[in-house]
Design a protein around this ligand. Structure first.
Ligand SMILES: Nc1ncnc2c1ncn2[C@@H]1O[C@H](COP(=O)(O)OP(=O)(O)OP(=O)(O)O)[C@@H](O)[C@H]1O
Length: 787
């Protein structure tokens, strides 16, 4: 090892050396941890160094030059964090022979390698890269081997060059390898001449980034490829960020021009019109009248509506309605319940109609009715002995869009339930437009939390339903619409083609819940004073910067009262800022699961995962039956260096299902002390703490607040700015454009009483009658004891 004689602090730090071992490599991000035998450096590393960084293609035993900085790792000490790397071209005969005989050139042994170096000299690599015939000089190589060597040398050069260009272009490390893997030897060409292609091909490269790359490459802002990419990106953005399933042609033109003409008038409306037309001719998008959309979403809405119509017109087993009514009466006696007329209708419709809908706010009896439907079916078709069946053979299937909601369905009904994804076999790698062909064997399927189902999931589900299967959609249409595009549940109701029961009597008020009343008041727009005191809820005034302190106080007191982390859920609508999910999670981790000697910790990015932490899964992991939004507790953390495991591993316990995560999987996981209201949909918690402050402004809308509030079962603690709350409950989200309702009306018979508008749940009198006695039952634990 040699150290450069004079190293000034302004010099770039570098290490040159052979890679002795790849200690760790993430397939996804290509983040590497390497042990390098140092041969030359201007750093303090002597014989070897741990070098970390995002590298495209690192081969053990090959030599590289890394530039970067020296960092201090909490557990592993001094390391070299490389921002750039470059393969050292071997410049000795011995080095070149070693290179040609390495794994990179399969089938080339030392003898052949020596022949190549003898014939072509020290410049062998650049000669091969430039001249197709160079290897003809070398005796004994077959044609196939020659071609293989040429290809390896060239692709390796291109990959290195492309990689360096991507570093210069500031393309995120995690995207670099995806780009090379996608375009292979064409990568440089795409980066330099067609960067807008990246927008449609590489997930996570947006239009702005492509614009930057294009500017760097000297591409004019009036380039036609920029126009086409601008149209497609704008359309995609409207679908993914707003949730539309189409956009009006004029609006698409306007929004595309806004995006394209920020720095000058490069395009006019007519240019966009021509691009849209061309894209439609190439089947990249679909125009119907003056609406524009993507083919896959158009067909999803269209085909799903066709399937609903197919089921509605298919012959089903008829049941005798009078018999069924008698059975319902018997069930009421056995269960000691007196269903109201709507509830009774809902139960009967589930069996007499081919497809039916039940919608109602919290506490209106949806769960109670699902139980009633199951019992009625079991009695009529004599399937009472559920335990003697394999769940897959049972004629009733219960499903929900989230793992949590399906577990709740199973708990309350006593019948196995699953997520919709699992039922149809939608795996981790399934894309929204992949075709899943997995017919569901069932006579009756009950789908809960239907408001969370988006257009893609609805289509995939419907394609796999058999025409004779009865369907019951259950949900609360006042909740947030699905995260993905569409308003499927509202469209099914609004089409008037499916028998719908609106549950309008709230039973939970009888138990003294003012949380339920608050939710209805918000939905109905009933004036309120949020500061009023109730046994089960309170509002604590606080500014944005005081939220952390309030949450700290409330949670600490709840813990002292004996509540544990599973009982308490903090919900916030945004991730950043002093009252955002990230900050609150850090704070709550300190209170609910502080560090100690006996708890292992693993640092991942800026997060510390600790044994005992409450965590949330962020994407579907269908094969493990764990889904986006499921939460669990870290059961153990094991290290390669100290424990008997091949890779650092973190194990999460999800209600007794243990799932192991390697470091590369940890992007799927986050702390769950505080989660977004969207992620909490489909779950309920004894205590909900919900900050509402003006800094959440753009996310504070009625159905977000409504959905957050209705997650609380026993205590609701709101804190923040009352005006932000009042403003938020008046604001509606951007209405989504969808076509499902029209397609349903086109294909299915519309009932006479076509409900164009969603009927209101409750009349003013009903809300009046729900007024709850604020202080009844103050003897049990109330939120006041937490402040
Ligand atoms: N007809 C009825 N008579 C008396 N009590 C009822 C009736 N229907 C429902 N309930 C009671 O009302 C409460 C709420 O019912 P349920 O849990 O079924 O409502 P839900 O709509 O599923 O509520 P959520 O969506 O909030 O979970 C339960 O305690 C249930 O037993």
């Amino acid at each position: 090892m040699t150290q450069d004689a004079q190293t000034s602090i302004y010099d770039e730090l570098y290490i040159v050396g052979d890679v002795d071992r790849v200690i760790f490599m993430s397939e996804d991000t290509r983040f590497h941890v390497l042990r390098v035998n140092v041969s030359k450096t201007n750093t303090q590393f002597k014989e070897d160094a741990i070098v970390t960084g995002h590298f495209h293609d690192i081969q053990e035993t090959e030599s590289y030059r890394f530039t970067g900085k020296v960092t201090q790792h909490a557990r592993f000490g001094e390391q070299f964090s490389a921002a750039e790397f470059k393969k050292e071209i071997p410049n000795t005969s011995h080095g070149l022979v070693q290179y040609f005989s390495s794994d990179k050139f399969p089938g080339i042994g030392t003898k052949s390698a020596e022949k190549i170096v003898d014939a072509l000299g020290l410049d062998a690599l650049s000669i091969i890269a430039k001249d197709d015939n160079a290897l003809n000089e070398v005796k004994g190589l077959t044609k196939a081997k020659k071609l293989q060597i040429i290809e390896t040398v060239r692709s390796s050069n291109v990959a290195d060059e492309a990689y360096l260009l991507m570093i210069k272009l500031n393309i995120e490390p995690s995207k670099r390898s995806k780009i090379i893997d996608t375009y292979k030897e064409d990568t440089l060409n795409v980066l330099q001449n067609h960067p807008y292609q990246l927008v449609s091909d590489i997930f996570g490269i947006g239009f702005k980034k492509a614009d930057q790359i294009a500017i760097n490459a000297g591409i004019a802002p009036s380039d036609p490829e920029r126009l086409v990419a601008g149209v497609m990106f704008t359309l995609n953005d409207e679908i993914t960020s707003i949730g539309h399933t189409f956009i009006m042609h004029d609006e698409l033109t306007e929004k595309t021009l806004e995006r394209l003409n920020t720095a000058g008038m490069y395009f006019m409306g007519d240019d966009v019109a021509v691009a849209v037309e061309q894209l439609a001719l190439n089947k990249k998008l679909i125009i119907t009248d003056d609406r524009v959309t993507l083919p896959n979403i158009y067909y999803s809405e269209h085909k799903a509506a066709e399937k609903v119509s197919h089921i509605l017109s298919h012959n089903h087993d008829e049941i005798d309605v009078d018999d069924a009514k008698d059975v319902v009466k018997d069930i009421e006696k056995t269960l000691s319940i007196d269903y109201n007329d709507n509830q009774r209708d809902a139960i009967l419709n589930a069996l007499t109609e081919k497809v039916s809908i039940i919608t109602g706010g919290p506490g209106t009896g949806k769960t109670t009715i699902v139980k009633g439907i199951i019992t009625l079916y079991q009695e009529i078709f004599e399937y009472e002995d559920y335990d003697s069946y394999e769940p897959k053979d049972y004629p009733i299937k219960l499903v929900a869009p989230t793992g949590r909601a399906s577990k709740r369905m199973a708990d309350t009904s006593g019948i196995e339930a699953s997520t919709i994804h699992r039922l149809i076999g939608w795996g981790q790698d399934t894309a929204v437009d992949d075709i899943i062909d997995n017919e569901i064997e069932a006579e009756l399927i009950i789908i809960d939390e239907m408001s969370m189902v988006d257009t893609w999931l609805f289509y995939q589900f419907m394609q796999n339903v058999m025409p004779h299967t009865k369907l019951v959609f259950v949900g609360d249409s006042a909740q947030l619409p699905s995260v993905g595009p569409g308003t499927v549940f509202k469209d099914l109701i609004g089409s008037g083609t499916i028998k719908t029961t609106i549950l309008d009597t709230v039973y939970r008020q009888g138990e003294g819940s003012s949380i339920v009343k608050l939710a209805y008041d918000i939905d109905k727009g009933v004036p309120m004073n949020i500061g009023d005191k109730f046994k089960d809820r309170l509002f604590i005034p606080a500014g944005t910067d005081q939220i952390a302190e309030v949450v700290d106080t409330v949670v600490s007191k709840a813990v002292n009262k004996g509540y544990d982390m599973r009982d308490i859920q903090v919900l916030a609508p945004i991730y950043r800022g002093p009252a955002g999910i990230n900050t609150l999670n850090q704070l709550l981790q300190k209170i609910l699961n502080p560090g100690s000697e006996d708890k292992a910790e693993l640092q991942f990015g800026d997060k510390i995962f600790r044994t005992g932490d409450k965590v949330i899964q962020l994407i579907n992991r269908t094969e493990d039956n764990i889904f986006n939004g499921d939460s669990g507790i870290i059961d153990g953390i094991y290290f390669k260096e100290t424990d008997d495991v091949d890779k650092d591993t973190l194990v999460v316990d999800y209600d007794n299902t243990k799932i192991a995560y390697e470091r590369s999987d940890l992007t799927e996981l986050s702390h769950a002390y505080c989660t977004s209201i969207h992620k909490a949909q489909g779950s309920e918690y004894p205590i909900v703490i919900m900050p509402i402050v003006s800094s959440y402004y753009h996310m504070l809308i009625k159905n977000i607040i409504y959905t957050g509030i209705t997650r609380a079962k026993e205590s609701l603690i709101l804190c923040g700015d009352a005006n932000a709350f009042y403003g938020g409950i008046k604001r509606e989200g951007i209405p989504r454009n969808t076509m499902l309702q029209q397609f349903l009306k086109k294909y299915c018979k519309v009932y006479e009483d076509d409900p164009e508008e969603l009927p209101e749940y409750l009349t003013e009198e009903m809300v009046e009658n729900m007024a709850v006695d604020p202080m009844i039952g103050m003897d049990s634990v109330t939120p006041y004891e937490f402040v």
